[in-house]
Design a protein around this ligand. Structure first.
Ligand code: PGA
Length: 241
């Protein structure tokens, strides 16, 4: 089943529960919907979505379960708030907070210990792509930030230059990266594509072989857009299988 995940980033207020309500009221067959709002909204969203097929996830976590880490939130706390997933190693965390592969890997381990499904993000910059280093970069990030497998995993391929820019790789470029990642991970790890996924391009991107869903930023903030992407998924992902 395709996973369509919404990464709200630093957007949303308590009133944004109306977006979640629209998702809860909709029926989308053959797709798992995941909403990752900012920390202050997680517990209320998880309570609201309880008993529904819509899952709630965090956007980051600390590697330790508790302790003197002002401003941080642990994977255990996310699980306690009702989350099932956590996005880790997003390029904005790597760039804004200096997260290295080793730091991300420690967080992946913490997510597993807390019973969460980590969504590990990898992706190349524009300069790295132009230098022909895309596969080396993404497989290097994967090797460096994936501890020994101890739980279920989702991977997200997000070219840094495609995030929030409206630029997307060609289906052939997506296929090349997803095939390389799938060869390393095996068939039981869904690999999402992320970076400027919109209703208009979702069907094409989701039909690429080894694309198991999407990680959606901007277009996840509006229920209609997000649902349109989700509705493009089942047919497209089946065609790709
Ligand atoms: P975007 O963001 O869909 O706004 O490009 C994707 C992401 O950063 O996960």
């Amino acid at each position: 089943m395709a996973l369509i995940a919404g990464n709200w980033k630093m957007n949303g207020r308590k009133s944004s529960v109306s977006v979640l309500d629209a998702l809860l009221a909709a029926t989308v067959d053959g797709v798992e919907l995941l909403v990752c709002p900012p920390f202050p909204l997680l517990a209320a969203f998880a309570e609201r979505a309880a008993g529904s097929p819509v899952r709630i996830g965090g956007q980051d976590c600390h590697a330790a379960p508790d302790g003197a880490h002002t401003g941080d939130v642990s994977a255990d706390m996310l699980a306690d708030a009702g989350c099932t997933h956590v996005i880790l190693g997003h390029s904005e965390r790597r760039a804004d907070h200096g997260e290295t592969d080793a730091i991300v890997g420690a967080k992946v381990g913490a997510a597993w210990r807390a019973g969460l499904v980590p969504i590990l993000c990898v992706g190349e910059t524009r300069a790295e792509r132009e230098a022909g280093r895309t596969l080396e970069v993404v497989t290097g990030q994967l090797a460096g930030s994936l501890p020994e497998r101890a739980g279920p995993l989702v991977l997200a391929y997000e070219p840094v230059w495609a995030i929030g820019t409206g630029l997307v790789p060609t289906p052939g470029e997506v296929a090349e990266v997803h095939a390389a990642l799938a060869a390393r991970l095996g068939p039981d790890v869904p690999i999402l594509y992320g970076g400027s996924v919109k209703a208009a391009n979702a069907a094409e991107l989701l039909a690429v072989p080894h694309v198991g869903g999407a990680l959606v930023g901007g277009a996840s903030l509006e229920a209609g857009q997000f649902l349109a992407i989700a509705r493009a998924a089942p047919k497209a992902c089946m065609a790709a299988a």
